[in-house]
Design a protein around this ligand. Structure first.
Ligand code: BGC
Length: 736
């Protein structure tokens, strides 16, 4: 009883046929438009409005869950007389959410967004999306609240682990591929949270301030690219304000940019509990989600009254319902309705493990201590609950396998938010996987509570594998980048006792590493998902050659960030709901960095990070060469990657724009992941999106005529050869 209430209130508080192979994942034909118009024309206003608000489908207060509706994040009734299906919604990007066990089932937990972002692989994103959507379908859902692609503007953001990185091209291509994979299963995907929602502090009222040209070139560009690639059926607007107006009632953002400029044809759903008034409909919002969480069902009776008496609302209500119908038809939700079935746990685990193995980033490897030699006789494993499982992030995105977490540590006294605000570990113990790979060795474990105890054991070991964890959750940011509860001290003590110390990090995002120079190796495993323990061991022992590259900059310290002091830290009480005191406001000025998010900020300030964007080591070596760039209407970059070492492995070719006629810059304009056998070379051509050469101006995208310099990079900081190319100027916008 308490467990469902917990989750329900937690959220309350917070809260076709084969689809075209164009990368869109959606039926791009006009058939969906025609069918939507025909069905909508047959509807009464009451039926239309019935589709425009939904409940949080959990037994919350006096909520009545309609018969047959699966417990999940949302339910919107259909119109049976017109064969319009009900919408059954579940979270999220990392798998079908567990809801603290409320539904009594488990699902495949994919690795975190950061881990997926580290693969730099749209193909893996697509496979992961298809997998979790097939599980959603088998659990009765036809909408997956996935596609989290907010750019990481601050590594302390509580939901960094859900997102893919700090670069708009990278997040846009990867996020769009995930959406396409989801929709290939006839399950509608969202893309979220639109827009400018990088931190959680005061999330219901903080006001992100950013001048429009910078917004268009950064956070919005990620959405724009992802929408083009994935054609998501729905866009979820964010909790926060953008330039003074609530994101879900933001005329400029929803009507002006999304629908008019970008020509978006799907529907905008609100985040849960973010609708303040019926006139949000006029600003471009199409559907109120989880309506019990708002002060009123603004998109219920008041909207019906307005539609019956006011032409503006009548027109909007028709458009709002047509948009939802269009996505239902375009994604094929009506043709292949969800069917309850058992999920294939082993197949899901294989996909999760594959992504984890390709997303783990090797950050340091002194004297090639990794991969581990079979000769080590005494291995000590320390900390991180490595004897039980691997960490996951918390909040609405939390997925867990059957039977729930291996370990669940409450972060608060028994109460309303306990289950979803717990630190949960998936049932995949690194210690077991290490033991399985080192049968000749004595592998012992210390929990890492006391630095002295761990150090004593370390002295007598041949080598030490110490785990460092940083738990992140929706709803709360972290105050700094330390590993909490004294773990930095444990690592330092162990490293002092034994120089053969290997640190394995399971962190939500970037962390500081005060012990960096004292340890032999550092492996960033993020939250590695359902088979994370096996993936970590596979990398440590060399069954898998690490190929992940950082999708975010690791700062040397928070002093290097655009806002060293977290805005609101002193005035806003940390709370999952983030409503604050009545009338409370918090302006966050993103004009400090503008469009120069992450590595671009570091390049602009000439700051040296701890580890740069794009960085990652391998057990083999690569040569990157032969960069050329063609200009013209369809610019492209060509380069050659060669595996110059003795082991098979994957490299990620990265091309950065480093100078334009407007001055020095740093912008990822092309990337490609290549699996290469020893000695193998591959020449790859990647198109360059002209928006990445342009600035957004009052007249639209504008490329200044002149010379552009591009560099092939091993990371955003390690630039290899460069080429200069003349590019003709042009300006274009969205006028039809
Ligand atoms: C989150 C969304 C989520 C929704 C439904 C909100 O609190 O911000 O990402 O999809 O809840 O659970």
């Amino acid at each position: 009883m308490r467990s469902w209430l917990c989750c329900a209130v937690l959220l309350a508080a917070s809260s076709t046929q084969a689809l075209a192979q164009t990368g869109s994942g959606i039926d791009a034909s006009s058939d969906a438009d025609r069918r939507a118009a025909t069905t909508e024309a047959e509807m009464t206003n009451a039926e239309r409005v019935g589709m425009l608000n939904g409940i949080l489908a959990m037994p919350l207060g006096d909520t009545k869950i309609p018969e047959g509706a699966p417990l999940g994040a949302g339910y919107i009734p259909g119109v049976p007389r017109l064969d319009v299906p009900a919408l059954t919604e579940t979270d999220a990007s990392l798998g079908v959410s567990y809801l603290g066990g409320l539904r009594g089932d488990g699902a495949t937990a994919l690795p975190s967004g950061m881990a997926m972002g580290s693969t730099w692989s749209p193909e893996l994103m697509r496979a992961g999306g298809a997998l979790i959507a097939s599980e959603a379908h088998a659990k009765g859902f036809n909408v997956l609240l996935a596609g989290g692609i907010n750019l990481v503007r601050d590594p302390r953001g509580g939901r960094v682990f859900e997102y893919l990185g700090e670069d708009p091209l990278h997040s846009g291509l990867l996020g769009g591929a995930a959406v396409a994979g989801i929709q290939s299963q006839n399950v509608i995907s969202t893309i979220k949270h639109f827009a400018l929602n990088p931190t959680e502090i005061g999330r219901q009222f903080h006001n992100g301030i950013l001048e429009e040209s910078a917004l268009r070139m950064s956070d919005l560009l990620a959405f724009e690219i992802a929408i083009e690639q994935g054609q998501p059926g729905s866009v979820m607007c964010a909790y926060n304000k953008v330039n003074g107006a609530q994101a879900c009632g933001n005329d400029r953002l929803l009507n002006g940019i999304l629908k008019k400029d970008w020509g978006y044809k799907g529907w905008v759903m609100s985040d849960w509990g973010s609708v303040r008034a019926t006139d949000f409909a006029l600003a471009g919002l199409d559907q109120q989600s989880g309506s019990q969480l708002d002060a009123a069902v603004h998109f219920g009776a008041p909207l019906l009254d307005a539609a019956n008496s006011d032409k503006r609302y009548r027109t909007r209500v028709a458009d709002m319902s047509r948009r939802i119908l269009r996505s239902i038809y375009a994604v094929g939700v009506d043709k292949n309705p969800p069917r309850k079935a058992a999920i294939d746990v082993a197949a899901g685990a294989a996909v999760a493990q594959d992504i984890a193995e390709k997303g783990i980033v090797l950050l340091q490897n002194r004297d090639a201590i990794l991969p581990l030699a079979a000769s080590a006789k005494k291995i000590l494993v320390v900390g991180g609950y490595a004897d039980a499982g691997v960490l996951s992030g918390a909040g609405s995105s939390q997925a867990q396998g059957q039977g729930g977490p291996a370990v669940s540590l409450p972060t608060m006294k028994d109460g309303l938010f306990t289950a979803l605000m717990a630190q949960n570990y998936h049932r995949s113990a690194p210690l077991d996987a290490i033991r399985a790979r080192a049968p000749q060795a004595e592998v012992s474990f210390r929990d890492g509570r006391y630095p002295a105890e761990a150090a004593l054991a370390a002295k007598h070991a041949d080598l030490v594998i110490v785990f460092g964890t940083q738990w992140l959750t929706e709803g709360l940011d972290v105050p700094d980048l330390s590993l909490p509860q004294g773990q930095d001290d444990v690592i330092a003590a162990v490293a002092k006792a034994n120089p053969k110390t290997i640190v394995v990090l399971e962190t939500g995002g970037p962390v500081a590493m005060p012990w960096q120079s004292d340890v032999a190796a550092i492996v960033e495993a993020w939250y590695p998902g359902a088979r994370g323990g096996e993936a970590i061991a596979a990398v440590l022992f060399g069954d898998v050659n690490p190929s992940g590259r950082l999708p975010v900059t690791f700062p040397a310290s928070v002093a290097q960030l655009p806002r060293p002091d977290l805005p609101g830290a002193e005035t806003v009480e940390p709370s999952f709901a983030g409503h604050g005191k009545p009338g409370q406001t918090l302006d966050i000025d993103y004009n400090v960095e503008g469009a120069d998010v992450g590595y671009r900020w570091f390049a602009r300030k000439a700051e040296k990070p701890l580890y740069p964007f794009g960085f990652g080591l391998s057990y083999t070596s690569f040569e990157r060469s032969g960069l050329s760039v063609t200009s013209g209407a369809a610019p492209a970059a060509t380069f050659t990657l060669r595996n110059s070492g003795a082991r098979g492995g994957a490299d990620i070719g990265q091309v950065y724009l480093v100078e334009t006629p407007r001055g020095k810059t740093r912008r990822l304009v092309a990337f490609a992941r290549a699996e290469l056998k020893p000695g193998e070379a591959r020449t790859i051509e990647v198109p360059i999106d002209p928006r990445l050469l342009a600035d957004w101006t009052p007249k639209g995208w504008s490329i200044a005529p002149g010379t552009y310099r591009f560099a092939l990079g091993a990371s955003s900081e390690e630039l290899l050869e460069d080429v200069s190319v003349p590019i003709a100027g042009r300006t274009w916008n969205y006028a039809k």
